[in-house]
Write a protein that binds this ligand. Structure first.
Ligand code: KIV
Ligand code: ZN
Length: 518
């Protein structure tokens, strides 16, 4: 597809795994990235930007594994305008069925002078050389003028023309610093379409950051002006205030199709699942009143609203919860449910587990159903997500006893399986969580700090599962562990152990060079 006018399809380019992961503290492990990519692929995302291969071995591996795993989506790797970057991206994309290289360089005066320390003519030469090099590896090349919205218009048009001449098939227009306004962005895209002579040979894309809370509005203004690709992330994750939120873009186009007569291939009923997964693997909670995916997005409490809803849901709802995959929690699963029903349930929730993972998940489900009266979909989701995350762990929790209460001191006795050996320690602490973490630390000594400890209830009631997220930081490396259990202390210990396991994996990896990411 090369023309902006030929159809109304808007390509959805998801960059949760690249720009989203650049968000401080949002790092994901390889298996988490593959899980997210599989959900994005299933939900119909057109292009998945899986990482920045030269940034680290971890990013390289993620792009390579997502490229192997993707069934339909184009898989994209980011590269600066240099041979090493582009060659590394191409290498990571070697196994992709549909590879795209996305290369970029700054074009605004402030970036060229202070960041690149390059003259405009040299930047333009780099545009041509980098796109041409990427084209040696794939026909699908995207080029971005970083900080486009603060770039001088004639120079921006000249660079875009150069990139298209060199073979770029998508021209992305990033509002890198979230500075533009909808009207202004509409005019910028209109100006590009009017002034760049070969623009009909490329798809125009938007990439809007949310520093002023306008990322979605700006992206939609861009599409109204003729852009046909939107770069966005699940939950609006991304640098600083984030990127345009995929779920808001998709539902705005669907709900206001009278004003936005475009279509995307996204299966909106998978939005809730994708949002929960990204929130869980990054331990970034979704704001309660976040559009589309917030806990309160479809909740009605005031008497007047509830009365209206009971008479006709259209009184206070412009979209149905079902349309974004939100269903009333149902009570269908319990301790009498068998393997078959459990497998079917998992399937309906979008999980396809291998035999071993399934057996483990089924055992945990039975144990949970014995302890908990009502097992909700969210309980099963939390349980499967923590099972999937623990398959290759070196440290496993075996047993935990905690003495809590006002009498103090609070005490925890924990047994861990470390590489197949059982070790037990008893420690006191400033509260039961502190005592538990001290006991774990006594068995697995480490210097990591604990920048985040977060508990939330997965479902309602006093027998709800507690979902605990623990973030550990060591020598600039951040990992997040999470676990769910009806016992908050057990969930806390498991989440801490999960983070420790990830830290061990990270320690084994080396990072070749320090990177300045865009
Ligand atoms: O925000 C930005 O400019 C980017 C580019 C790499 C597209 O993320
Ligand atoms: Zn960005």
């Amino acid at each position: 597809m090369t023309s902006q006018d030929s159809n109304d399809h808007v390509f959805i380019f998801d960059t949760t795994l690249r720009d989203g992961e650049q968000s401080p503290g949002a790092s994901m492990t390889l298996s988490e990235k593959i899980q997210v990519a599989e959900v994005l692929d299933d939900m119909g995302v057109d292009i998945i930007e899986a990482g920045f291969p030269i940034a680290s071995d971890g990013d390289f591996e993620a792009v390579r594994e997502v490229a192997k795993a993707a069934r339909q989506a184009v898989v994209c790797g980011l590269a600066r305008a240099g041979n090493k970057d582009i060659d590394r991206a191409a290498e990571a994309l070697k196994y992709a069925k549909r590879p795209r290289i996305h290369t970029f360089i700054s074009t605004s005066p402030v970036h060229m002078k202070h960041k690149l320390q390059m003259e405009p003519d040299d930047v333009r030469e780099a545009v041509s050389a980098s796109v041409a090099r990427a084209r040696k590896y794939t026909d699908d090349v995207e080029w971005s003028p970083e900080d486009a919205t603060r770039t001088e218009h004639d120079f921006l048009c000249a660079c875009i023309e150069t990139a298209i001449k060199a073979g770029a098939t998508t021209i992305n227009v990033p509002d890198t610093v979230g500075y533009t306004m909808p009207e202004e962005f509409f005019e910028l895209i209109t100006m590009i379409r009017g002034k760049v002579p070969n623009i009909d040979k490329a798809v125009i894309s938007t990439h809007c950051h949310n520093d002023l809370g306008l990322a979605v509005a700006n992206s939609l203004a861009g599409v109204r002006a003729g852009a046909r690709q939107i770069e966005c992330t699940i939950n609006g994750l991304g640098e600083r205030a984030g990127n345009a939120a995929l779920e808001e873009i998709v539902m705005a186009i669907r709900t206001r199709n009278d004003l936005l007569p475009y279509e995307s291939t996204i299966d909106a009923s998978m939005i809730t699942r994708a949002s929960k997964l990204v929130s869980a693997v990054t331990a970034f909670p979704v704001q309660y009143n976040k559009a589309i995916v917030g806990k309160n997005a479809f909740a009605h409490e005031s008497g007047i609203h509830q009365d209206g809803m009971l008479k006709n849901v259209e009184t206070y709802e412009i979209m149905t919860p079902e349309s974004v995959g939100l269903k009333e929690s149902s009570l269908v699963m319990g301790k009498h449910s068998g393997r078959h029903a459990f497998r079917e349930k998992l399937k309906s929730m979008g999980y396809e587990l291998g035999d071993n993972a399934f057996q483990d998940a089924f055992r945990s489900f039975k144990a949970l159903a014995d302890r908990k009266k009502n097992v909700f979909d969210e309980d099963i989701e939390a349980l499967v997500d923590s099972e999937v995350a623990t398959v290759d762990d070196r440290i496993k929790m075996v047993a935990l006893t905690v003495i809590a209460g006002t009498g103090g001191p609070q005490k925890a006795t924990i047994t861990l399986d470390v590489d197949g050996r059982h070790e037990t320690r008893e420690c006191t602490g400033d509260g039961p969580v502190d005592a538990t973490f001290n006991a774990i630390k006594a068995i697995v000594p480490h210097e990591a700090s604990l920048p985040l400890y977060q508990v939330s209830a997965v479902t309602e009631g006093t027998d709800a599962q507690a979902e605990v997220s623990v973030r550990l930081e060591e020598n600039g490396k951040t990992v997040t562990g999470r676990a769910a259990d009806t016992d908050t202390m057990a969930a806390s210990a498991r989440a801490y152990v999960s983070a420790l396991n990830k830290l061990m994996v990270k320690r084994e990896k080396t990072v070749p060079e320090s990177m300045v990411t865009p």
